[in-house]
Each structure stands twice: as structure tokens, then as C-alpha cells.
Ligand binder design. Structure first.
Ligand code: LUZ
Ligand code: MOS
Length: 774
């Protein structure tokens, strides 16, 4: 979907931006991917006699378990054992932030899909057959499926959180325009290509090794140890790579790994548990649906003076990561705008859905959708475009966010202005107007979407990582970090760092699996921070080794270490190539008994946050950008196509422009999917209706924008970003929010009486009804 900018008109403007793809290094995993050689959990060689597990789960969303009869299932030929909470030697508890989630239901079930037991059999097929033979009697209790219902009943996960800046109440008195309204954004299925899974094997002395498809190896290790009542050092977690995560495996890869390990613990046999797509869809949580209300006040000249919002988060039946996600909603409630008076509150509402969880953006997109809705509402009431309101409220250097951080190195206006000039947005808006004048059954809409996303785990204590670097005596290098490769290309970036420090080719460097025995006590690969945190640690370890090696070289070459440089596998003295090669230097270091291994720890400096005051400096930096989206609506059918999306994005100084472009394109498609077509549906009994790919539509090659252009903004980058290459995983997802408003604008062009609705996703059905409603 990407088109390289080649037209000469644009090229003449390119002095304002750096040209893309200078460092067009490929994602090095792509070679094994296309040959089908990449190893995932399900590809790990299993031992002889490995058993297979299937989860028996609740088919009621809320109720008391009156009785369960496993006898027929247990009698089935090939069934080994069925485990329940009664078989847990440690604690039946997997909650990470709040201890409110059992691994297996005991006397009550709280959501449709809640695990009750684990069936172990010779084959997955037999285990599935056995599942159908279990007889269960559940006395049903009232089911809550929406956040509003939960609020009405006072059903919450924890206490509300609220941020405030200035004085909204008094400021509203001075506002020329005030608008209030409601919004809804639906959940989103992660749809990682590789479903959840784990493989557990017994080692000697009761130790267990788990291969897991997790973003958080330490979470798996810690929770398994707790459930099994073992010390953490008895559990080794290894991750080769994931077939996608998107947040769905930050917390929710854990239960399956724990279950497999529980069976291994009892049976002293290897156990594999891989969810099939159907089980994965209805047992796992998703992006949180939000029901929100807003109040926005503007001055006569369209300055947003005050903004209030209340966010109702549909958390599901247990906390999971909901409190952290709720917090990020507040952090991003004003997107890339400066609003001097802000009051926001979020309530994590406990419902009978599967516990909702991390999803690319982590509550940020939900918050940003609401402010964009408020702006769209104000624009349509005042009779201006959203673009006019957005533009004059963009964040500036030294503005204060509602959480107290002072905005520095702000690129909001830079990306906005660059997008406007590089893409000649005035002409584009004019083209849309002309098109709409000349067409009745097709209408076009255009929308601007600026983004501002904070980089760091909002929980300050999680912002650290380690790297373990070995130089082997032949000069090849092995690197272990806490980073989990999930398709985002982090391993390639780690290799680039080591290759740059040592000045050796990529082929001499290997990134090892992510393993808790080599790198312990890690944060999950999440929060767009994996390359920053692990890259900085890798850089530190490599630099320590380099310092040591320079000393060895200076002795060997009779000079001072500060005159030594390593370049293209040779040692240079004051820019002059010597005879000494990289490999010889390593041999020499070995003979001199110099340590060729280094471990480094990186913790993001400067960040802090005080939850009692709800103020601080939680983010290392922010990522900015501006997208312009155009859509063409078929007003007879309600269908739409995105003509193009043009983006100016703040990569900082990208270290891997090919990889980063892939992240922007993928995130954009995922964001557009969330806003326009992906529709999760539960019925009133809490059963997932969109439980297959026939009923849950994600963007395919036909529904992504026909043309996507991404131009890097000219910027100096940020020191806290790895090699000044800014985090890129999550921020561009929020460009997709522009798609929603482009559609709304096209609808208004067709039906001047159309009353703006903020109820995402904007599916063709909703479009059709909106177009023809008077
Ligand atoms: N995970 C997390 C995240 O635990 N804390 C965060 O702040 C975060 N942000 C984005 C994505 N995942
Ligand atoms: Mo995430 S939403 O696992 O960064």
C-alpha cells in the first residue's frame, strides 16, 4: 500500500524533510519467514510422549457452579487427566496489578470463556472430544455487558482516577461556545496470526522449562512460580518469537503457560497447549470498549479553553491491565492540543466480559477519539471545519500537559505544517469540495489527524531492561536481551546497534531467544519502548566491551587507547588502518584473559510520576505526526474507500527506515480497522457473537487505503530514543482515527441534516442509515 514519493513537484520540497529509506535494512527475520523456517511455539521440537491440553471453559457469563461431572470425559480412551483449581499446589491467582483473577473458576464463573479445567490427552483431538463430554450445571446470575450498566450498579475494578489542570468550572463561564456529548468506541480483537500457546517440559530436580508465545517472559515465570508454589528460579521461560502480539500477549499469554506447566508439574511429562482460533477468540480479552462523555468550551476565536471528559472503561470480569490502560487514557485525553483547563476522570467498570487487556495504544486511542469527537461536534455547530479548530490549538514548546509534564521538543506544529505544505492540503480540500459539488451519489470527505503519544511505561518502575553480550573467541557475537521479537523488527535493531559499535557485519551477530535464565526480571515488550530500553542496554554493554578491546589493541599496537578506532573489522590508529583485524584482536584479548562478556542495565532517566498528586514527568519523550485522510463514499450503498492517507511522521532519526515504515503502515491499517469495520459483538448473555473471521472483519488488501505516503519530519531526534530513533510501535495507530472523521465529513456533504454520531466503528451499515435519516 506504500508508494514511494517520486514526483518532481514533491522532490523540490524535500529539502524540508529527510528522504526516506537511507538505511533500508530489511527485517532480518523476513528471510526465515518467507522460507517458512521461523520457529514459533508450535514448531518447537516436542519430546516423545508429549501430551496435549485443551481448556474446558464456561459457556455462561455469570453464575454459580452447582455441579460438574467429569466422569465421561475421564473415561474416554486417550484422556490422561483433568486438572481443576483443586490441583493447584500454590495459589489459584494470576492477577498482575490487582489480585482478582483465578486461573481456574472455583465456585463461580464471571465470563463466557472463563477457564474451569484443563483436559490432558494423547492428542488435541481426543482432548476436544472429551471436552464435549463434561457435564456442568451453572445457576445463572445477572450479566453485565456494558460499562454503563456496571456504573449504574456500582460495579468497579478499583477507585476512579482523575487528572486536572487549571479550573474548568470557572473557565466555562467565559466560553463563547460550549458543547457536550457522548461517544462510544468499541473493542478490538488482536487477531495475532499465531494464537496463544505454550509448551512446558520437565527438567531435572522438578524444574520446568516453558516455551511461551508471550510478550512478558517474566510475567509468565512469576505467575507460574506463584501458582505452582515454586521459587522463580525453578521456572525457565523461553521465547523464540511471536506471530504478532499487539498487546494481546502482554498479560494474556500467561494463563496458558501456567496451565501447561501445572500439567507438567503433576505428570512429569511435556505438555503442549495451543489455543485454536475459536477458543482464542472467545476466551481472551480485547481492546477496551469505552463509553464517554465530554464537555468542550471554546473562545470566539476557536481556542479550546476548557475540556472535561468522563471515560467509562469496560474492563471485563477482572482487572488484568485495565488500571494502567485507564491511566493512559487520561494521559492522552487532550491528544496533541494545549488546553489550559482540563478535568478528566476514568472509571474501570467491572462487567461479565473476558478481562479486556493491552492493545496497541493502551487506552490512548480511546482518549484521543473523544477529544477529536468533541472538536468535530464544535466545528459542525460553529460552522467551521475541524481542521480550523485543530490547527490553532496545537501543542507548543513549554506547554503543560494536564499531568504536569512540560512539553519539550514538540513537533506538533512542525508535522502539521509540513503535512500541509508537502501535500498541498489547501488544494486537496479544494478538490474534495469540487468533487462534492459535481457528484450526487458519491461524496468525498477529508480529515486531519494529529497525534501525540507519550513514550515510556506509565508505571515508572517498569522502564528498565538488560542486555547480555558475549563475544565468542572467533569474533562472532551473541546477544540476549529482554526484547521479544513479535514481527516489529526489534532483533534487527539490536543487531544494528552491535554492528555499529563493533563495526562488524550483521552476519557476525546473533540475537538469542528471549530467556529468563539469561536476562531476568524483565518488563514485557510493550509500550513502544522495547527497542529504546533494550537497545540502550545493548549499546551500554557493547560500549563497555569496546572500551576493553581498545585497551587491548593499544597494547598490541603500541599506542594509546584514544587513538584506536574499530572500522570494518580492522583496527585503525588515528584513522590509519593497521594489520590487526577484529578476529585477531579478540584472540589477543582471550590470551590476555580479558572478559569478552558484558551485562548492562538501562533505566530511563528523568521520568517520575506522583499518583497522589497525579502530576509528574512520566514520559521520556513524545512522538508526533499528522495524517490527512480522504475517503470516497458510495452514498447508495453506504460503502466507502479510502483514497489515500498522507502522513508526516516524527521518527526522530530512524535507524531502520524500512522497518519503521512497516510499523507506520501496519498501525495505520489497524487503526482504520478499529474505527471503521472491526465490530466486536456480545449478546446480552455475554456470549461473543463475532467469534470467527466470517463475522469479524479486519482490513484486508482491498480495504486499506489505496495509497499511503509517509514522509519523515525533519527533526533532531531525542537523546532518550535509541540512537535518536524514536519509538514507532503504537503512535501511528492513532492516524486511523482520521478515517472515522473523514467518513463523517463525507456524510455531511451528502446529507446536510445528518447529525454527527460518535459511535465507532463507522461500519457501512451505520453509514447507510445515517445518510438516509432525516
Ligand atoms: N503496558 C504497560 C503498556 O504495562 N504500561 C504501559 O504504559 C503501556 N503502554 C503502552 C502499551 N503497553
Ligand atoms: Mo502493548 S499495548 O503490549 O505495547
Amino acid at each position: 500500500m506504500h508508494k514511494n514519493k517520486s514526483n518532481t513537484e514533491l522532490n523540490s520540497k524535500l529539502d524540508a524533510v529527510s528522504i526516506a529509506l537511507k538505511q533500508s535494512i530489511k527485517n532480518l527475520d523476513s528471510y526465515t519467514h518467507v522460507r517458512g523456517e521461523s520457529l514459533y511455539v508450535d514448531d518447537v521440537n516436542v519430546r516423545q510422549g508429549t501430551l496435549h491440553a485443551v481448556v474446558f471453559d464456561s459457556r455462561k457469563a455469570h453464575g454459580k457452579i452447582k455441579s460438574i461431572d467429569y466422569s465421561k470425559a475421564e473415561a474416554l480412551d486417550g484422556v490422561e487427566r483433568i486438572f481443576t483449581y483443586k490441583d493447584i499446589p500454590g495459589e489459584n491467582e494470576i492477577g498482575g496489578i490487582i489480585r482478582d483473577e483465578p486461573l481456574f473458576a472455583e465456585n463461580e464463573v464471571h465470563f463466557w470463556g472463563m477457564p474451569i479445567a484443563l483436559i490432558i490427552a494423547e492428542s488435541e483431538f481426543i482432548a476436544r472430544k472429551a471436552r464435549n463430554l463434561i457435564e456442568i450445571d451453572i445457576q445463572e446470575l445477572p450479566v453485565i455487558t456494558t460499562a454503563k450498566q456496571a456504573k449504574a450498579k456500582g460495579s468497579f475494578i478499583n477507585a476512579p482516577r482523575s487528572f486536572s489542570l487549571g479550573d474548568t468550572e470557572n473557565t466555562f463561564k467565559d466560553c463563547e461556545y460550549i458543547y457536550e456529548g457522548e461517544t462510544f468506541s468499541n473493542g478490538q480483537e488482536h487477531l495475532y496470526i499465531e494464537a496463544q500457546g505454550a509448551y512446558a517440559e520437565p527438567l531435572e530436580n522438578g524444574n520446568i522449562k516453558i516455551t511461551s508465545s508471550t510478550q512478558g517472559p517474566t510475567a509468565v515465570q512469576k505467575t507460574t512460580a506463584n501458582v505452582l508454589g515454586l521459587a522463580m528460579h525453578k521456572i525457565e521461560v523461553d521465547v523464540t518469537r511471536l506471530g504478532g502480539g499487539f498487546g494481546g500477549k502482554e498479560d494474556q499469554a500467561t494463563p496458558w503457560a501456567v496451565m501447561a506447566a501445572l500439567a507438567t508439574y503433576h505428570l512429569n511429562q511435556s505438555v503442549k497447549l495451543i489455543l485454536n482460533r475459536h477458543d482464542d477468540l472467545h476466551m481472551t480479552g480485547k481492546r477496551h470498549p469505552y463509553e464517554s462523555t465530554y464537555k468542550i468550551g471554546l473562545s470566539k476565536d476557536l481556542k479550546i479553553l476548557a475540556y472535561e471528559a468522563e471515560f467509562l472503561q469496560n474492563s471485563g470480569a477482572a482487572a488484568d491491565l485495565s488500571p494502567a490502560i485507564a491511566e493512559r487514557t487520561l494521559f492522552h485525553a487532550t491528544n496533541s492540543y494545549y488546553i489550559p483547563n482540563v478535568k478528566t476522570m476514568v472509571l474501570s467498570c467491572k462487567t461479565n466480559l473476558p478481562p479486556n487487556t493491552a492493545f496497541r495504544g493502551f487506552g490512548g486511542p480511546q482518549g484521543m477519539y473523544v477529544i477529536e469527537s468533541a472538536i468535530a461536534k464544535a466545528a459542525s455547530e460553529i460552522g467551521v471545519t475541524s481542521r480550523e479548530i485543530q490547527e490553532i490549538n496545537l501543542l507548543d514548546e513549554n506547554d503543560t500537559f494536564s499531568y504536569g509534564q512540560i512539553a519539550k521538543k514538540v513537533e506538533a506544529k512542525n508535522t502539521w505544517d509540513s503535512a500541509k505544505s508537502l501535500f498541498s492540503s489547501d488544494a486537496l480540500e479544494h478538490d474534495v469540495e469540487e468533487f462534492n459539488k459535481n457528484n450526487t451519489s458519491f461524496k468525498k470527505g477529508i480529515a486531519f489527524m494529529p497525534i501525540c503519544f507519550g513514550i515510556s511505561f506509565t508505571n515508572t518502575s517498569m522502564n528498565h531492561a538488560r542486555a547480555l553480550v558475549h563475544i565468542y573467541l572467533d569474533g562472532s557475537v551473541g546477544i540476549s536481551t529482554a526484547a521479544v521479537e513479535m514481527g516489529q523488527g526489534v532483533n534487527t535493531k539490536m543487531m544494528q546497534i552491535a554492528a555499529q559499535v563493533f563495526s562488524i557485519p550483521i552476519e557476525k551477530i546473533k540475537i538469542e531467544t528471549t530467556n529468563t535464565t539469561r536476562v531476568a526480571n524483565t518488563s514485557p515488550s510493550a509500550a513502544s519502548s522495547t527497542a529504546d530500553l533494550n537497545g540502550k542496554a545493548t549499546l551500554m554493554a557493547c560500549n563497555s566491551l569496546l572500551k576493553r578491546l581498545k585497551l587491548v589493541a593499544s597494547e598490541d599496537l603500541n599506542t594509546k587507547p584514544e587513538h584506536i578506532e574499530l572500522k570494518d573489522e580492522f583496527i585503525y590508529i588515528n584513522d590509519k588502518k593497521s594489520e590487526l583485524s577484529w578476529t585477531e584482536l579478540i584472540s589477543s584479548a582471550m590470551l590476555k584473559r580479558v572478559a569478552l562478556t558484558e551485562n548492562a542495565h538501562y533505566a530511563t532517566p528523568e521520568i517520575h510520576f506522583d499518583k497522589t498528586k497525579e502530576k509528574g514527568h512520566p514520559f521520556a519523550y513524545h512522538v508526533y505526526g499528522t495524517a490527512i485522510t480522504t475517503v470516497t463514499l458510495d452514498c447508495t450503498r453506504g460503502t466507502y474507500e479510502f483514497d489515500w492517507v498522507k502522513i508526516v511522521h516524527d521518527y526522530g532519526k530512524s535507524m531502520s527506515e524500512g522497518i519503521d515504515l512497516g510499523q507506520v503502515e501496519g498501525a495505520l491499517a489497524q487503526g482504520i480497522g478499529w474505527m471503521t469495520m472491526e465490530e466486536i459483538a456480545y449478546n446480552d448473555e455475554g456470549r461473543l457473537l463475532s467469534n470467527a473471521l466470517s463475522t469479524y472483519k479486519i482490513p484486508d488488501i482491498f480495504s486499506v487505503p489505496k495509497d499511503v505516503e509517509v514522509i519523515p519530519v525533519e527533526t533532531k531526534g531525542h537523546e532518550l530514543a535509541i540512537l535518536k530513533s524514536k519509538a514507532v510501535g503504537e503512535p501511528p495507530l492513532m492516524y486511523g482515527i482520521g478515517a472515522y472523521f473523514a467518513i463523517q465529513n463525507a456524510m455531511m456533504a451528502f446529507n446536510p441534516n445528518y447529525d454527527l454520531k460518535f459511535h465507532a466503528p463507522m461500519t457501512p451499515e451505520k453509514v447507510l442509515m445515517g445518510l438516509h435519516n432525516k
